[in-house]
Design a protein around this ligand. Structure first.
Ligand code: HEM
Ligand code: NAG
Length: 495
């Protein structure tokens, strides 16, 4: 009964807003409007949004809940907005759950655009790049090697590899940010991030974002989210305290040291407002929330595609054997020499194209009146770049739904994809992700042949309602140690 009442109220409100909105915008040349307002209930939203382009073109308006948004579905429109007119579209809408999870918006991923935000992103980015340049690669290699040892101990039994990747990527971020890879901390952070994502993705929170006044009603989901945020903040604060107590000026052990000292430097200089310790706190949160499941999912998608395409896996292993020698389990190829493994590079590019794990990026907001593709975009408009849609654009990619790494090896190679977004809001973690994907896949394919357990192939369809991330459905894989086996491929075809 209450639900019906609520739905009616929603309808009424939507109607009133529609009329008011249309009256306000009557003189503008706006993108075409898609009728209806239940689009969010569509499974596989990015694909659905792409399908609408057949009648409306690459850019249109759509009602998501009570909010009018503009959706961009092609590389051209996305780059026009986010690169050429980046300053017009670098904002983020301030929706209720964002405010709750990002301490009053001192956050990189969810914070609105400002000079202070820019300084915050720059501080975090330089700490990350410094780490990557000096010491991250050997760590990532070592953690990956330990991971492979653990997998080897499974002796070819089926493993739920997604979970393993999720711990591995969490361990990497943990080491990078806190200089700590102890199991207790890694597990605490891993569980905390999972809990946070789960409560945030819950429908009771999602509906709150679409119909903000519902926050005045009791909502157990909201209570759980607050708990998850408090738990997260306790963990991060403890680490920050530990770092401040033991830090030596001019030296840094990890990203937190680096950022804390960067803050001090910034205080002396004249700057746009002030960065505080709260900013470092939220950078850490962003690294964990943005950096663990995304990378783990991408690795899982890579494994899933390789299970479906044993011929590509075999070519990848031949490429590795050619560069490293067949039994050289401790020989390595540094990331800077990745051009020596063109097929692996192309395979990573193809996985990121077909399954960009943040398929609709994060919503952007027009910071001032602007235009895209000749259409007027009023200030405050929420703009959604459909990255996955752009990657499946038939006018750009040949047979876009096919997994064909070779498309990136062709002499006149395809344009690059946009899995990390572009412009001012480009993913902060991109350089780290590329390093991780390379190192992990080199080690994994060098050490094991990936086989489907009892011939059961994973589904290549994402979870139909997956919230912000393109999640893979749970699956298992057998990791058959290479070198030990005679003719793993013969074995594979028996099954
Ligand atoms: C395969 C892995 C990943 C993919 C595909 C990915 C993709 C993306 C995308 C599409 C966005 C939104 C861009 C936009 O709003 O236009 C984003 C933002 C962001 N990502 Fe990633 N990401 C990945 C991993 C990571 C990692 C490892 C980190 C941290 C170490 C990270 C940190 C961030 C942050 C902080 C933002 C917000 C940037 C901003 O608002 O300016 N991401 N990412
Ligand atoms: C890897 O592949 C991408 C996509 O084709 C290409 O743009 C890039 O130059 C390649 N990198 C190397 C080092 O070969």
């Amino acid at each position: 009964m209450a639900l019906i009442g609520l739905l009616l109220l929603l309808l009424l409100l939507a109607g009133a807003r529609l009329l008011w909105g249309q009256w306000k915008l009557r003189n503008l040349h706006l993108p075409p409007l898609v009728p209806g307002f239940l689009h969010l209930l569509q499974p596989n939203l990015p694909i659905y949004l792409l399908s609408l382009t057949q009648t409306l073109g690459p850019i249109y308006r759509l009602r998501l809940g009570l909010q009018d948004v503009v959706v961009l579905n092609s590389k051209k429109t996305i780059e026009e907005a986010l690169v050429r007119k980046w300053a017009d579209f670098a904002g983020r809408p301030q929706i209720p759950s964002y405010k709750l999870v990002s301490q009053h918006c001192q956050d990189i991923s969810l914070g609105d655009y400002s000079l202070l935000w820019k300084a915050h992103k720059k501080l975090t980015r330089s700490a990350l790049l410094l780490g990557i340049r000096s010491s991250v690669e050997p760590w990532v290699e070592q953690l990956t090697q330990e991971f492979c040892e653990r997998m080897r101990a499974q002796a070819g039994a089926p493993v739920t590899i997604q979970k393993e990747f999720s711990f591995l990527t969490c361990r990497i971020i943990c080491y990078l940010t806190f200089g700590d890879k102890e199991d207790t901390l890694v597990h605490a952070i891993h569980d905390c991030v999972q809990d946070l994502m789960k409560t945030w993705d819950h429908w009771s929170i999602q509906i709150l974002d679409m119909v903000p006044f519902l926050r005045f009603f009791p909502n157990p989901g909201l209570w759980r989210l607050k708990q998850a945020v408090e738990n997260r903040d306790r963990i991060v604060e403890k680490q920050l305290r530990r770092h401040k107590e033991s830090m030596a000026a001019g030296q840094w052990r990890d990203m937190v040291d680096c950022m804390l000292q960067g803050l001090r430097r910034q205080r002396v200089e004249e700057g746009p407002g002030q960065l505080f310790e709260g900013h470092v706190h939220m950078s850490v949160v962003d690294l964990f929330v943005g950096g663990t499941e995304t990378t783990a999912s991408t690795l899982s998608w890579a494994v899933a595609f390789l299970l479906h395409h044993p011929e590509i896996q075999q070519r990848l292993q031949e490429e590795l054997d050619r560069e490293l020698g067949p039994r050289a389990s401790d020989a390595r190829i540094p990331y800077k020499d990745r051009a020596r493994l063109p097929l692996l590079n192309a395979t990573i590019a193809e996985v990121l194209r077909l399954r960009p794990v943040v398929p609709l990026a994060l919503p952007h907001r027009a910071t001032r009146p602007s235009s895209i593709f000749g259409y007027d975009i009023p200030e405050g408009t929420v703009v959604i770049p459909n990255l996955q849609g752009a990657h499946l654009d038939e006018t750009v990619w040949e047979q876009p739904h096919e997994f064909r790494p070779d498309r990136f090896l062709a002499p006149r190679a395809n344009p690059s994809a946009l899995a990390f977004g572009c412009g001012a809001r480009v993913c902060l973690g991109e350089p780290l992700v590329r390093l991780e994907l390379f190192v992990v896949l080199v080690h994994l394919l060098q050490a094991f042949t990936l086989l489907p357990p009892a011939g059961a192939l994973p589904s290549l369809q994402p979870h139909p309602y997956c919230g912000i991330n393109l999640k893979i459905q749970p699956f298992q894989v057998r990791l058959q140690p290479r070198g030990a086996e005679a003719g793993a491929w013969a074995g594979a075809s028996d099954q």
